[in-house]
Design a protein. Structure first.
Length: 347
């Protein structure tokens, strides 16, 4: 049974410092798991690898559960500054994050003119990069997918990675609970994909037969496709399995589409960026939180009848499909958000 207090002390360096000895133990355990799998990691084998007695290891790490927690957080550190990315934003360190802000802000334009200067705007690209970094890490250390479902105390590297994802999604202006739920959704998808990849690779190593080779030899099974399975038979005959879509690529895009659907007016290019005082308050005032209150429903109904920009009165070009647009430009939209935020703070 894991001692959560002891795990916290080890992960966060509370108490007497163990220095290089603990680092050597964890590093050696990671190397062992990378080469031989998680089952090969034991206190006895690790002690032999390091040239110490098992009891010597127990003076630094009380048990295997704590060792696994340390191993996990150690490799999570690979997602830090060493990957060339800004851990707080998810962008490469040498990539500018600010948008030009030297256009006049008192005239409506077709382009955003008053983006926050301290936040990048492309949340989807950043969240996608975060997800890809996660799957790459788990492919580099496939034993991560083998860790059990027991509750684990997060270490500083795991917490920093979570903070990075939260900061990305928070820029969308979603409600706090939705930010956490969105990050959890994407993270769970990555973990599930990693588990599937790890299981496939373990099977291929054990059998010496690839997944494609194994299924290609199942002619006796495919011969059973007949009128009992009309849809499956038709799709098979039409080549659905000839060039299957990559499940991770397909799934990641659909998951990100789902997050985008939550963002107010994201589909019309009018999604706000959650600026101070504007995002959440504007969402509540404009009725974009899914109709939790009558005022929200009323806000959406009124939006459908709007023929001109709510800020400047300029005619708003409407598309044939999708939600009616309320503002003529993103500049007017953001100005409305700020005004609503100021009004909300004044109440």
């Amino acid at each position: 049974m894991t001692n959560p207090e002891r795990s916290t002390a080890l992960l966060w360096g509370i108490g007497p410092r163990r220095g290089l000895n603990l680092e050597r133990i964890v590093r050696s355990a990671v190397e062992l798991a990378d080469t031989d799998g998680l089952r090969a990691v034991s206190m006895r084998r690790l002690a032999e690898r390091l040239g110490f007695t098992t009891m010597a290891l127990y003076r630094h790490v009380p048990g295997k559960a704590e060792l696994l927690a340390l191993m996990r957080d150690a490799v999570m550190g690979e997602l830090g500054p060493s990957d060339g990315a800004d851990h707080a934003t998810g962008r490469p360190a040498d990539q500018p994050t600010d948008q030009p802000t030297d256009q006049p802000t008192d005239q409506p334009t077709d382009q955003p003119t008053d983006q926050p200067t301290d936040q990048p705007t492309d949340w989807r690209a950043d969240l996608e990069a975060w997800a890809r970094a996660g799957i790459t890490l788990q492919r580099r250390h496939p034993w991560l997918a083998e860790l059990g479902e027991e509750r684990q105390i997060p270490g500083p590297h795991a917490m920093a990675d979570f903070e990075r994802a939260l900061s990305i999604v928070a820029r969308t202006g979603l409600a706090p609970a939705q930010v956490v739920a969105a990050v959890t959704l994407v993270g769970d998808f990555v973990d599930g994909a990693a588990r599937q990849l790890a299981a496939t690779e373990r099977t291929e190593r054990r059998t010496g037969v690839s997944d494609d080779e194994w299924w290609s030899a199942r002619e006796s099974l495919f011969a059973q496709l007949d009128e009992r399975y009309p849809t499956l038979t038709r799709l098979y005959e039409e080549g659905a399995y000839d060039a299957p879509l990559d499940p991770f690529e397909f799934g990641l895009r659909r998951v990100l589409d789902g997050v985008a659907a939550l963002i107010p007016e994201e589909g019309n290019g009018e999604g706000h960026r959650g600026g101070p005082g504007g995002g959440r308050e504007g969402g509540r005032e404009g009725g974009r939180e899914g109709g939790r209150e009558e005022g929200h429903r009323k806000g959406r109904d009124e939006t459908r009848d709007v023929k001109g920009c709510e800020v400047c009165g300029k005619p708003v070009e409407q598309s044939a499909a999708g939600r009616p647009r309320t503002y003529c430009s993103r500049a007017c939209q953001q100005r409305a958000y700020r005004l609503r935020g100021e009004a909300g703070r004044g109440r």
